[in-house]
Design a protein around this ligand. Structure first.
Ligand SMILES: Cc1cc2nc3c(=O)[nH]c(=O)nc-3n(C[C@H](O)[C@H](O)[C@H](O)COP(=O)(O)OP(=O)(O)OC[C@H]3O[C@@H](n4cnc5c(N)ncnc54)[C@H](O)[C@@H]3O)c2cc1C
Length: 455
C-alpha cells in the first residue's frame, strides 16, 4: 500500500465506538500523542518486515542523523557520539514525532478500523485453564485463547501476573519538552541550526537536548526540545506551562551554545526555546512527564503463575497456562535514555509472532484445543528465553544513564565530560552493534534450530 497525506482525508473524523459513543477516529486525534521520538535502526529493521509502508512514511517525514553532539553548559563541544549510521546499519537513526509513528502504523492497514475496538479500556484480566477472560470498563467481557498485554507502563494486564510489588514508581526525575517552530527563533539561530545533528547539553543540574524533526530544509521545520530535572514530587500534568518558565530559566537560562545570537546576549538558544515553549500559543507543543519505572519483572508471561487478581480461584498460584503475555512497556517500562522503547516493543512483537507461527504449524496428534494450548505455552516460554536477557540488559543500561542525569558535583561533572570525550573516539561497532545490528529472525531461527527461510 502506498501511504500519502491524501489518505488522511479518506477517513471520517468521527467513529462510533463499541459503547455507542461518538469518538474522534484515532488518526485524527493523534496530535494528542505528544513528544518526539527517536527510532533506532533495530526497530526500523523490524518495521521493514512487518509494516514496510509505515517505515517509509516515517523515514520520509523524519530527520535522519548518525550521531549525538554532547556539549557542556559553557557551550563547549565535548564530543560526537555515534548513534546508528545508515552506512553501518542500513537504516539510520530517525528523529520524528510520536504522532507520525502512530499515524504511519494506522495507515499501514487500510482495514484496521474494522478490526479494532477503539475507546474501550480493559479493567480486569483473568486466566482459566483453556482461555483468558477480559473485562472492559463498559461492562462487556470477552474470551480468547491468548491475550497479548501491550498496554504500556501502567498495564492493567500486568496485574493478572503480579501484585503491588511490581507497580510503577516515580523515580524523582521529571521530563519537559515540546516543539517550537524554527521560524520563532532569532534569524541567526535559525540559520546556524539548520542541518545540525541533535545535541544534548549537560550541566550539573540536569540536561537539555534539541533536535530537528523533519528532513533538512523542510518548510515549517520544527525543533524538538527536551529537558529533565530532579523534582521531589511529580507535578500535576495540567500545570500551566507558563508556571514552569521560571524553573526552566533558572536551570538553563544562563547556559551557552554555538547558536546564541551574537548581537543580542538575551537571545541565547536555551532562553529562546524556553520562552517560545512556555509563552507560545500552539497547543500540543508542550509536555511534562514525571518518569515512572517498573521494577525488573521476573517473568513476562503467565506460565509461571498468576496473582490473585488474575487467577480463576482468586488465590495467587505459581502455575499458569502462559496464555497471558506482556509485551513492550507493559513488560519493561523503558526510559527515554538509549531511545530503545519502541524498538524493543516491536522486536518483542515480531519474536512472539514468529514463535507462535512456528509452534502452531507443528504436527501434533492431540485435539485442536490441546494443540493450541501447547503451542501457546511453548511460544510463551521461548519468548521469555529469547527476549528477557536482551531487554533487561538494555533496560539496566538506560536506567544507569538516567541516574547519571541527577544533580552532580563539580568533580563528577568533569569526570563525565572526560568520559564523553573518550567515548566519542570509540568505533561505532563497539558502541552500538549489540543493540542496533540485532536481527529478530536470525535470533529466533537460532533459538529454534531451524533455518531462517523456514520461519
Ligand atoms: C519522555 C519519554 C521519551 C521517550 N523517548 C523515546 C525515544 O526517543 N525512542 C524510543 O524508542 N522510546 C522512547 N521512549 C519509550 C517509549 O515511549 C515506550 O517504550 C513505547 O511507547 C512503548 O510502547 P508500548 O506500545 O509498549 O506502550 P505505549 O506506547 O504506552 O502504548 C500502550 C497503549 O495501551 C493503551 N492502554 C493502556 N491501558 C489500557 C487499558 N486498560 N485498556 C486498553 N488499552 C490500554 C494506551 O492507551 C496505549 O495506546 C520514551 C519514553 C518517555 C517517557
Amino acid at each position: 500500500m502506498n501511504l500519502s497525506w491524501s489518505n488522511h482525508e479518506d477517513h471520517h473524523y468521527w467513529r462510533r465506538s463499541r459503547n455507542l459513543r461518538w469518538t474522534p477516529f484515532p488518526l485524527q486525534s493523534n496530535k494528542l500523542i505528544g513528544g518526539g521520538i527517536s527510532l533506532g535502526p533495530n526497530g526500523q529493521r523490524v518495521l521493514a518486515s512487518i509494516a514496510p509502508s509505515a517505515l517509509s512514511f516515517v523515514r520520509e517525514q523524519g530527520f535522519e542523523y548518525p550521531s549525538f553532539t554532547f556539549a557542556n553548559q559553557d557551550g563547549k563541544i565535548l564530543g560526537n557520539i555515534p548513534f546508528g549510521s545508515k552506512e553501518r546499519y542500513k537504516y539510520g537513526q530517525i528523529m520524528t514525532t510520536r504522532a507520525t509513528v502512530h499515524e504511519a502504523l494506522l495507515l499501514e492497514d487500510s482495514e484496521l478500523d474494522g478490526k479494532v475496538h477503539w475507546s474501550v479500556k480493559v479493567s480486569h484480566v483473568r486466566e482459566t485453564n483453556n482461555s483468558v477472560h477480559v473485562e472492559f470498563e463498559d461492562g462487556t467481557v470477552e474470551q480468547c485463547d491468548l491475550l497479548i498485554g501491550a498496554d504500556g507502563a501502567r498495564s492493567q494486564t500486568r496485574n493478572a501476573l503480579f501484585g503491588e510489588e511490581y507497580k510503577p514508581y516515580y523515580d524523582g526525575l521529571t521530563g519537559f519538552g515540546g516543539f517550537v517552530p524554527l521560524s520563532s527563533l532569532a534569524p541567526f539561530t535559525q540559520e546556524a541550526i539548520q542541518n545540525v545533528t541533535p545535541s544534548i547539553t549537560m550541566g550539573r543540574v540536569g540536561g537539555f537536548g534539541y533536535s530537528l524533526l523533519n528532513p533538512p530544509n523542510s518548510p515549517s521545520q520544527k525543533l524538538f526540545w527536551f529537558s529533565h530535572c530532579e523534582i521531589e514530587q511529580p507535578l500535576p500534568r495540567d500545570t500551566p506551562r507558563i508556571n514552569m518558565m521560571p524553573l526552566l530559566l533558572k536551570r538553563h537560562g544562563s547556559w551557552k551554545s554555538r547558536y546564541d545570537d551574537p548581537n543580542d546576549p538575551e537571545k541565547t538558544l536555551f532562553k529562546q526555546i524556553i520562552t517560545v515553549a512556555c509563552e507560545g500559543k500552539e497547543e500540543n507543543s508542550w509536555f511534562m512527564l514525571p518518569r515512572f519505572f517498573t521494577p525488573l519483572l521476573p517473568h513476562w508471561t503467565s506460565i509461571h503463575g498468576l496473582s490473585k487478581e488474575g487467577s480463576e480461584s482468586g488465590i495467587a498460584t505459581n502455575k499458569g497456562a502462559g496464555r497471558i503475555v506482556l509485551l513492550g512497556d507493559a513488560a519493561h517500562a523503558m526510559p527515554p535514555e538509549g531511545a530503545q522503547g519502541v524498538s524493543c516493543a516491536v522486536e518483542d512483537s515480531l519474536t512472539l509472532a514468529l514463535l507462535l507461527k512456528h509452534y502452531l504449524s507443528q504436527d501434533v496428534t492431540h485435539s485442536e484445543s490441546d494443540l493450541v494450548g501447547e503451542a501457546i505455552a511453548k511460544a510463551s516460554r521461548s519468548y521469555e528465553d529469547i527476549r528477557m536477557p536482551r531487554v533487561n540488559k538494555i533496560l539496566s543500561e538506560a536506567k544507569g544513564k538516567a541516574d547519571r542525569k541527577r544533580q552532580i558535583t563539580w568533580v563528577q561533572d568533569k569526570i563525565r565530560e572526560i568520559a564523553v570525550w573518550i567515548i566519542s573516539w570509540l568505533p561505532e561497532s563497539y558502541l552500538n552493534d549489540e543493540v542496533f545490528a540485532y536481527e529478530v529472525e536470525v535470533n529466533v531461527a537460532k533459538y529454534l534450530g531451524v533455518s531462517q527461510d523456514s520461519l
